[in-house]
Design a binder for this molecule. Structure first.
Ligand SMILES: CSCCC(=O)C(=O)COP(=O)(O)O
Ligand SMILES: [Zn+2]
Length: 208
């Protein structure tokens, strides 16, 4: 059964309240989307406070990132959402957040990835069934040119079909799922793992 636009918009509003409440989407940062149809996404309007979204603060775009609702300005990062819907037809929701831990960890890491290993919570990621696995999370340098950034993300996605999310250095996290609940679960898992990693590094006095 396909969900109505109203239901999908409410999922985005509820996600914003939750993520803002956890401190992972401060102020107007972050953007969220759901798949509206095989060729359209429903996405947050640019510049809105994500803890206070209303029904008018979302708009439909095509999968090239073009607004289908004149008068509404799509998120500056629309292309990073729509490229994921184009990449995998089973993706139904994409979340981008700006937590302190994602920001600090991505800045502290000189390599272009971080890897999680031997954490039970890795099993919260789609497709992971044991802690005896490695979840590699690429880190892309931040770029105000989102088309250029998307062009750097695409080859990684194509080479890693099991990728569950990525970081943008000093900026934030992207993750996704078949449904909004899956994307939210992955955000929570990432945040738990980021915090573990930062605590481990500070206790071990590891710089990177
Ligand atoms: C104040 S945060 C800077 C922009 C950003 O990174 C973000 O996630 C929000 O951008 P949008 O255009 O989607 O509001
Ligand atoms: Zn952002």
């Amino acid at each position: 059964m396909s969900l109505t636009r109203e239901h999908l918009a409410q999922e985005i509003i509820d996600a914003g309240r939750f993520l803002y409440g956890r401190g992972w989407s401060p102020a107007t940062s972050s953007n969220y989307s759901t798949r509206l149809s095989p060729t359209e996404a429903l996405l947050t309007v640019s510049g809105k406070h994500k803890g206070q979204l209303g029904m008018d603060d979302v708009l439909a775009t095509d999968l090239s990132g073009n607004s289908l609702e004149p008068g509404k300005k799509p998120s500056a990062e629309t292309l990073l959402h729509t490229q994921l819907y184009s990449w995998r037809p089973e993706i139904g929701a994409v979340l981008h957040t700006h937590s302190v831990n994602a920001t600090v960890l991505s800045r502290l890491t000189p390599q272009d990835f971080i890897e999680f290993e031997d954490y039970e919570l890795q099993k919260a990621f789609s497709g992971v069934t044991t802690h005896e696995s490695r979840v590699r999370v690429p880190i892309f340098d931040n770029d105000q040119d989102i088309a250029r950034l998307a062009a750097k993300v695409q080859p990684w996605l194509d080479a890693h079909p099991d990728c569950v999310g990525y970081l943008i250095r000093g900026h934030g996290l992207y993750t996704w799922g078949a449904r909004m609940s899956d994307a939210l679960r992955q955000i929570e898992a990432f945040e738990f793992l980021f915090e573990c990693e930062l605590k481990m590094r500070s206790l071990l006095n590891v710089k990177a």
